[in-house]
Write a protein that binds this ligand. Structure first.
Ligand code: ASP
Ligand code: MG
Length: 420
C-alpha cells in the first residue's frame, strides 16, 4: 500500500467526460489498495475567464476580491470530481482551502503556503474516503480566501504530499513526461525517465513549462518524489503509462541508467535585451543601474559588462522579462541622472537557450562545446550566463529552433530509432 497524491491539471478536468476519466484513474489507485488524496485545477481556460471578469469589473480591482473570484474555478472542479467518484461507488469528499485549512500568507494573488492541517485528510484516509482538494487556494490568518499565483495548483499538490508524507505526488497533465527538449521543435527528443530536482528547477524556470517552478523548489526542499505523467492514454494492461520521476540525485546514481552529460535543453522567448551605452566605468555604476530595477521588483537575468572604452565608460547589457520591458525603461529613464549613460537600446527579438545537466559539475568543456556548435551554424551569442549545472546563451529569436536542434544533436541527446 502506498500513500499517493494525484494532481490533475486544467486540460484533464475540462468537462464532465474528462472528469470521468480522472475519476476512473483515481478509482483504480484506490482499488490497488492505495491511500489517495486528489488535488485539482480549474477547467482549462476557466481561470483566465475569471481573471478577465475582474479586470472588466475594475482595472484597479482589490486583490482580496480577485482571490474570491479566481479561486472559484477549483471549487467547481473539486465538487464535480467528488460527485463523479461517488457515482462510481468511490467514497469521496471535497475539502476547500479554508476547510482543511491550508494556511497561507496574506499576499493576495501570490500567497505562500505556511501550513496544511492534515487532521481531516488523515481522518478521510482512515475512513477509506478520497479527499478532493482544490489546488491554487488557501486561507489567511483572518480567514480570507487566497490564491497562490498562476499555475499554483502544482504547488498545492506538492505541499499536500509533503504534509501527508505521501510516497509520491503524481502530477497528471497533457504531456506524458519531461523531455530532453520541446518535441515540437525536435521530433527526436526523448522522454526522460528521471530528472533531479535541481535540473527540473532549471528547466522549469527557463521555459520548459510542465510544472510551476515554485512547486519544484518545494518538492526539493521537502524531498517529495514527484512524477509527471499524462492523464490521456493508457498502458496495454490498462495501467498508467510511466512518466518522468523527479527525484534526488542519489536515487538516480543507483539506477542502471547511464547518465548523460546534458539532461535537457530549454528555450525561452520571454526576455528582452537592454543595453545602456557609455555608462561611467567607476565603482557604484552597476549598483546605480540594478538598484532601482530591483526596487521596482524587476527581475534581471543575464548581465554583460563590456570592457571600458578609452573614454572611461562602458556599455552594460542585461535582460529583463519582456512583459516588464516598458516598466524597466521607465525606471532607467528616471534614474538617468544618477546612472549617467548615453543611450538605452532595447531588443525584444531575442531568445534564451539553456543546456542543463548535473553531469556538467564534473565535466569541463560543456560551454565551449555549446559555443562551437552555435558558431558552426553562424549563430551569434549576445549574452551568456552560467550556473553549476546550466549554461544559457542569448541569441536572435529567429535562430531558436535551429539552435535547439543543433545542440540536441551536439550533446548526443537525439533518440535512436529503436529508442524513439
Ligand atoms: N487554475 C489556476 C491557473 O490557471 C491554477 C492552476 O491550474 O495551476 O493558474
Ligand atoms: Mg499547470
Amino acid at each position: 500500500m502506498a500513500r499517493i497524491v494525484m494532481k490533475f491539471g486544467g486540460t484533464s478536468m475540462a468537462g464532465i467526460e474528462r472528469i470521468r476519466n480522472v475519476a476512473a484513474r483515481v478509482k483504480r489507485e484506490v482499488e490497488r489498495g492505495n491511500e489517495v488524496a486528489v488535488v485539482v485545477s480549474a477547467m482549462a481556460g476557466e481561470t483566465d475567464r475569471l481573471v478577465n471578469f475582474c479586470r472588466e469589473a475594475s482595472p484597479l480591482y482589490d486583490p482580496k476580491e480577485y482571490d474570491v473570484v479566481v479561486a472559484a474555478g477549483e471549487q467547481v472542479t473539486s465538487g464535480l470530481l467528488a460527485i463523479t467518484l461517488q457515482a462510481m461507488g468511490v467514497k469521496a469528499r471535497s475539502w476547500l482551502g479554508w476547510q482543511l485549512p491550508i494556511a497561507t500568507s496574506d499576499a493576495h494573488a501570490s500567497a505562500r503556503i505556511a501550513t496544511i492541517d492534515t487532521d481531516k485528510l488523515a481522518q478521510a484516509m482512515r475512513d477509506g474516503e478520497v479527499a478532493v482538494i482544490p489546488g491554487f487556494q488557501g486561507m489567511t490568518e483572518e480567514g480570507r480566501v487566497t490564491t497562490l499565483g498562476r499555475g499554483g495548483s502544482d504547488t498545492s499538490a506538492v505541499a499536500v504530499a509533503a504534509a501527508m508524507k505521501a510516497d509520491r505526488c503524481d502530477i497528471y497533465t497533457d504531456v506524458d513526461g519531461v523531455y530532453t527538449t520541446d518535441p515540437r521543435i525536435v521530433p527526436k527528443a526523448r522522454k526522460l525517465q528521471y530528472v533531479t530536482y535541481e535540473e527540473m528547477l532549471e528547466l522549469a524556470s527557463v521555459g520548459a513549462k510542465v510544472l510551476q517552478t515554485r512547486s519544484v523548489g518545494l518538492a526539493m526542499k521537502e524531498r517529495v518524489r514527484v512524477q509527471v505523467l499524462s492523464s490521456f492514454g493508457d498502458a496495454p494492461d490498462g495501467g498508467d503509462l510511466p512518466g518522468t520521476m523527479i527525484v534526488d540525485e542519489n536515487e538516480i546514481e543507483g539506477s542502471t541508467m547511464e547518465r548523460q552529460l546534458i539532461t535537457g535543453i530549454a528555450h525561452d522567448k520571454n526576455e528582452a535585451k537592454v543595453t545602456l551605452t557609455a555608462v561611467p566605468d567607476k565603482p557604484g555604476a552597476v549598483a546605480n543601474i540594478f538598484g532601482p530595477l530591483a526596487d521596482a521588483n524587476i527581475n534581471v537575468d543575464m548581465i554583460v559588462q563590456n570592457v571600458a572604452h578609452d573614454t572611461g565608460s562602458t556599455d552594460v547589457t542585461f535582460t529583463v522579462p519582456r512583459a516588464e520591458l516598458a516598466r524597466a525603461l521607465d525606471v532607467l529613464d528616471k534614474a538617468r541622472g544618477s546612472i549617467g549613460f548615453d543611450k538605452v537600446v532595447h531588443d525584444t527579438s531575442v531568445s534564451k537557450i539553456s543546456v542543463v545537466g548535473v553531469g556538467m559539475r564534473s565535466h569541463a568543456g560543456v560551454a565551449a562545446q555549446m559555443f562551437k556548435a552555435l558558431a558552426d551554424r553562424g549563430i551569434n551569442v549576445l549574452a551568456i550566463t552560467t550556473s553549476e549545472i546550466k549554461v544559457s546563451v542569448l541569441i536572435h529569436e529567429d535562430y531558436t529552433e535551429l539552435a535547439v536542434r543543433v545542440l540536441h544533436t551536439a550533446y548526443g541527446l537525439d533518440a535512436t530509432d529503436e529508442a524513439a
